[in-house]
Design a protein around this ligand. Structure first.
Ligand code: TRP
Length: 326
């Protein structure tokens, strides 16, 4: 099966040869703004992916286990709506666990895990191939937040089911989310396709605060780890000890905001530039929008999706939706 990896490497070099330079420019731009910010994708180096796995096991982080329970409790109904013979395209596959749990019910013809954390993805795929030798797996390593330009052998397949769990859609602004859905809609092609989405719902702020600032400090480590990743990509000299994790709910925008605050006055330098931060000044690292059921259905409907089926948990903490293209 090593040809998959060759395909994937060729594809990566052709389309994304300048990834590193793009990342460097994007990071410098974000760090140089009056209100410094970095894109959430920089959380996910190899250690970041592991820390996120650990977050998913925390009591406070209800999202993952609630989503897992919804998929488990409604697997048969979901499989019925999805139908047979799909190409399952997993956006942000990580360790591929979520999709793999759906394999027995959905029985996809083809599995295409997509992730920016390439080494992590390839290791997961290696293990998955042993457990599911009957399902062809074609890993793709790229940043799908910018474009959904999938390899031709994936693009030409019919019955595409895009899988976007983990409330990752909530990490886009509502405008970006609309654009992202439009792109998925386009990538589904004209013969029809669908999206299987998991999204977190609005709820009392205490529950959200705990989910994004857990007692063990794993979320803090996850947020701070982005600085180590940036140091490697940019050659910058962030000292992790100078920074502190902050999570706040912004009610007006219905979103959790993640920041890194300077513990004291700090100057960060990188080849060709520098930025001063005064004590308490922050770098905005992520937003996690929380939707109402109505709002998410509207968003889907306005951006290329029609017939929608939804499943939730008893406490209405989280929502799973299957939406067909129009
Ligand atoms: N997509 C996840 C979410 O919004 C990512 C996440 C979980 C996260 N915990 C975090 C991002 C803490 C930054 C900081 O729920």
């Amino acid at each position: 099966m090593s040809h998959d990896i060759v395909d994937f490497e060729t594809y990566r070099t052709e389309k994304f040869g300048s990834d590193r330079e793009t990342a460097r420019l994007e990071l410098i731009n974000g760090l140089s703004r009056p209100k410094a910010r970095i894109a959430p994708k920089y959380f996910y180096d190899a250690l970041g992916s592991k820390l996120f796995e650990a977050i998913c096991q925390l009591d406070e982080y209800y999202l993952t286990r609630t989503e897992v329970a919804i998929f488990a409790d409604h697997a048969a109904e979901i499989a019925e709506v999805v139908g047979p013979g799909t190409t399952l395209i997993d956006l942000g596959a990580g360790n591929c666990e979520k999709a793999a749990r759906l394999f027995p019910a959905l029985q996809p013809n083809h599995y295409v895990p997509v992730d920016i954390s390439v080494e992590f993805l390839l290791r997961a795929v290696e293990a998955l191939r042993k457990s599911y030798p009957q399902i062809p797996i074609h890993p793709v390593g790229f940043d799908f937040s910018e474009s959904l330009a999938l390899p031709a052998m994936v693009r030409k397949r019919s019955k595409k089911l895009f899988f976007y769990p983990g409330s990752s859609l909530g990490n886009f602004s509502p405008l970006q989310a609309a654009q992202f859905l439009t792109r998925i809609r386009a990538a589904c092609g004209e013969r029809g396709g669908a999206l299987l989405l998991g999204i977190d719902l609005v709820k009392p702020v205490e529950v959200l605060d705990a989910a994004y600032d857990d007692a063990l400090g794993v979320t803090a480590a996850f947020n701070l780890n982005a600085l180590r990743h940036i140091n490697r990509l940019l050659g910058s000299d962030f000292s992790v000890r100078d920074w502190q994790h902050k999570a706040v709910f912004n009610a007006a925008q219905s979103r959790m905001e993640m920041h890194l605050h300077a513990r004291r006055d700090v100057t960060v330098t990188w080849p060709g530039g520098a930025r001063e931060f005064s004590a308490g000044e922050g770098i905005h690292t992520e937003n996690s929008y929380k939707y109402s059921r109505r709002a998410i259905l509207d968003l889907l409907q306005r951006n290329g999706f029609g017939e929608t089926s939804c499943w939730s948990d008893a406490e209405s903490r989280y929502l799973v939706c299957h939406a067909r293209t129009i």
